[in-house]
Design a binder for this molecule. Structure first.
Ligand code: IMP
Length: 212
């Protein structure tokens, strides 16, 4: 099936996570869409029953496209620690519990790494993954994956960003995502390579569905 271009107009960002909606709205800004979020439209939040980032992104985008009758963009993302077999992965939000306590979730990761004596940078590899799914009301879907590799650091550093940002230092940088303003975390413009997982997925999405 060929790729489909998205024509400017109304676009639903199929997320109820404020940090994420803000980031996606920032990334979409240059393209002139009228962005509405799933929570603005009062759409229900589907349960993330998939076993991969791709399945969960598609499930959210398709639910929003069906409910709104508009093209809908969803992101499923997470933090993967190699020495923990990729955990928390698709369970990244769930590790923070109902109170969204990421200080606790970051501590859990550190305790697990200590319990297996993962101390060197090589033993503390981590990555952020983001998969974007764009779904149209007629069922057409496009999927894009972005990843960024780095080191899991302790203690947490920085108060910017959200989630696991304070314990992730991307390769080639001496600041964590928590210490970077959003422009540096995403490092994205039309012509330069992106840094964050979400900006990398977004760059693929823009190249495939928005340009030309
Ligand atoms: P989702 O809403 O199911 O995609 O869960 C994503 C979860 O992964 C978030 O709640 C965060 O815990 C984590 N996560 C994803 N992207 C980022 C990021 O850019 N920085 C920090 N944490 C992230």
């Amino acid at each position: 099936m060929g790729h489909r271009k998205l024509t400017p107009g109304k676009l639903v960002v199929a997320s109820h996570n404020k940090g994420k909606v803000r980031e996606i709205v920032d990334l979409l800004r240059p393209f002139g869409f009228e962005v509405v979020s799933a929570s603005d439209l009062g759409l229900p939040e589907p349960e993330e029953t998939g076993l991969t980032f791709e399945e969960n992104a598609a499930l959210k985008a398709v639910a929003a496209a069906n409910a709104s009758g508009l093209p809908s963009l969803a992101d499923d993302s997470g933090f993967c620690v190699a020495a923990l077999n990729g955990d928390p992965g698709i369970y990244s939000a769930r590790w923070a519990g109902p109170d969204k306590d990421f200080a606790m979730a970051m501590r859990t990761i550190e305790e697990k790494l200590r319990s297996i004596k993962a101390e060197t940078p090589e033993q503390r590899r981590g990555s952020f993954v983001a998969v974007l799914c764009l779904a149209w009301p007629d069922g057409h879907q496009e999927l894009f994956r972005g990843e960024v590799e780095g080191e899991v650091v302790w203690p947490p550093r920085g108060t910017q960003g959200f989630g696991y940002d304070p314990i992730f230092q991307p390769d080639g940088h001496d600041r964590t995502f928590g210490e970077m303003p959003s422009e540096d975390k995403h490092g994205w413009s039309i012509d330069t390579p992106a840094l964050s997982h979400r900006a990398r997925a977004f760059q693929l999405f823009a190249k495939t569905c928005l340009e030309g």
